[in-house]
Design a protein around this ligand. Sequence first.
Ligand code: HEC
Length: 195
Amino acid sequence: MKSPLNLVALGFLTFAAGTHAASFEALRAEAAALVPPFQQQLMQTVKQALEDGGPARAVESCQLLAPQITAEHSRAPWRVGRTALRVRNPDNAADAWERNVLEEFVLRAKAGEPLQGMHKAQWVDGEFRYMQAIPTGEPCLACHGTEIKPELASLIEQRYPADQARGFQPGDLRGAFSLRRLPATRTAPQPSAEP
Ligand code: HEC
């Protein structure tokens, strides 16, 4: 009399797989929804500082406020941040997983996928992680481009002696938003990736 049990087991597995897929998708959507307010506040802060006191003031406010804005938008159990292959602030340096994803984004862009909306979601060691590409736009060039004004360049050098985040062209991958979420339970779900 094995079959009823097998059927029950099969039903349970199907249910579990369905639930897992649903929760993966729900977490992906939750992460994606956290990005725009974070991005908007960063943009508004730079824009306001540029209007108030020019690029020098904006660099100052970036240095002071970017970490603060990042902390504000990190609401438990989520942690938000920004990273890149070449960073200005060493605190934003990519870890091994982030580096792999950024390299994957470069390849996907080369293959023709638009950077806008490019993302990756994955379970990594029991933690849900999500990254979304940040393209370089025209307004970013003043501080991340190839021709940074000398007074601004020296201010950046002063505040970020290890700066690598310059020399970007419009449309280049500048970096990515990177979010992570600790699971509610201690049992790590099976790894799954998307896309
Ligand atoms: C006024 C100068 C300025 C402008 C304009 C600017 N940034 Fe930045 N950016 C900075 C500074 C300063 C930091 C370092 C912030 C910190 O200390 O966390 C930074 C950090 C970053 C980071 C985090 C990774 C790293 O390099 O440390 C990303 C990603 C980024 N900028 C993307 C952009 C994009 C995209 C734009 C255009 C929409 C832009 N920035 C416009 C000054 C600027």
